[in-house]
Design a protein around this ligand. Sequence first.
Ligand code: TXA
Ligand code: ATP
Ligand code: FE2
Length: 541
Amino acid sequence: MRIVGIEGTAWAASAALFDTATDEVIIESDPYQPDSGGIHPREAAEHMGEAIPAVVETVLDRAAETADGDGPAVDGVAFSRGPGLGPCLRIVGTAARALAQTLDVPLVGVNHMVAHLEIGRHGSGFDSPVCLNASGANAHLLGYHNGRYRVLGETMDTGVGNAIDKFTRHVGWTHPGGPKVEAAAEDGEYCDLPYVVKGMDFSFSGIMSAAKDAYDDGVPVEDVCFGLQETIFAMLTEVAERALSLTGTDELVLGGGVGQNQRLREMLAEMCEQRGAAFYAPEPRFLRDNAGMIAVLGARMLAAGDTLAVPDSSVDPNFRPDQVPVTWRDDEESVARDPTAADEIRGAEATVTFEDGTVVKRRVPKTYRHPELDNRLRTERTRAEARLTSLARRAGVPTPVIRDVDPAEGVIVFEAVGETDLAGALTEARCRRVGEHLATIHDAGFVHGDPTTRNVRVDDDRTYLIDFGLGYHTGHVEDHAMDLHVFGQSVEGTADDPEPLLRAFEDGYAAVARADEGESFDPDSDALTRLRQVEGRGRYQ
Ligand SMILES: C[C@@H](O)[C@H](NC(=O)OP(=O)(O)OC[C@H]1O[C@@H](n2cnc3c(N)ncnc32)[C@H](O)[C@@H]1O)C(=O)O
Ligand SMILES: Nc1ncnc2c1ncn2[C@@H]1O[C@H](COP(=O)(O)OP(=O)(O)OP(=O)(O)O)[C@@H](O)[C@H]1O
Ligand SMILES: [Fe+2]
């Protein structure tokens, strides 16, 4: 089968030919380069209008040269339907429809972010990996489960490339900024910047303003670039490790334009090697926006009969990866694996050993992180975990009794609780309990920070919260909603039938929140109301 792909969501006007018989991909691209500032949607669309016909023609010529008979011998036309800039997408959509009609072949509408993922699965041969998409307008972790790509974690504000590009605009460098930051960091030294992960979600706004302030205050730009890379990429590596730990899978693939960065690739490779996981990063031409990945996924979709009639082929600037019905994979496949029982457990952050009813949790140094950042995080989190585990118990939530703490070494010794993780023993009653527990600690003035189904231990009678290392004191409804969001994502990414579990969880939360606040309860400022907003935010900025 031979498929033409067309890409043009933002900056890359690109066409490709993928031949399934030879596995060969020809890509022809013409990038848009703004004269100043970032990407201007109107200018980018003008570029698409001129460049798309030209790159498509080049690819069709190549197709004709390599065809057996007359004509280009193409079986289908695949195009990026979204996400991306509306004016650009519309031009690509029009070009793809016209080409499919001229060649009289089926039209296939591809989700650009799923294509960033599938190109890594295609190249690696992995079955069911976690995918870290690190691109300009996005940053998220995806895993296939129950017939969809689930968003296991994502940025709460801008995409990772856009965050870096905003900093480089501030210092007067031309777009794109990512490669310039990478080059400048070669001559830099570490500087401290805010590090923000919440479960498998993360945000860049705090670190970007701190980076701009540091530059304005005279910190050498090379040092800010170095600190930025160390901090942002350590955050991405940490959440990727959390996703491996939560799902139990041992395969990671990288996607997106920021994936071209050597330092990011090095950190991910090191993390995976140390966990015994396999890591795959596609070659750069398949990481940055390109039509090759659109053609490769298009071929799979076409083989599954997943084609579009022209009237149904409108583009979608906010097309999320979890909206895509995954027709080309078996519903039974999943990123989630059954955990194996062992005396030593390796979480995302720590190793945990069991000795006579006692648990020793060691936050071992992460060699992929800069040592200063690593020491800071291990000490802060060990301290937070010990303090909040005890505070939660005082508020009435079952947690392990702490026996000993050594923040400098990152070691906690505490009571072993529960018989198993909630991940392997999900029931509505237990999820309801987790909802009640979270409402109780929120009312007591702090959040858990990482309430996934692996951070809840259960036995016949009780449901314990553990692993408070990412928790902090706060009364903000947004922070409360993030706790609920993190739990919801972890259930959706691993449970067979998440809906009733999530309903029970939210009922439990609502019941305690209402009881705690009594007369002063205001449903409009409730965390559950805010949760709906967090879930509904289209984060393509
Ligand atoms: C929706 C779609 O239009 C969008 N595409 C996109 O963002 O282009 P992509 O090629 O995946 O990524 C571009 C980003 O990748 C960054 N980048 C490129 N080379 C880099 C490097 N060596 N280090 C860090 N960032 C780099 C650029 O600065 C830019 O922000 C997306 O995938 O989110
Ligand atoms: N007090 C405890 N009693 C029983 N089991 C525990 C206890 N603490 C940890 N565990 C087990 O060890 C696993 C890893 O612990 P924990 O979540 O604290 O480590 P982590 O590295 O911070 O994990 P992650 O960051 O992936 O959530 C837990 O999922 C749980 O199965
Ligand atoms: Fe992209």
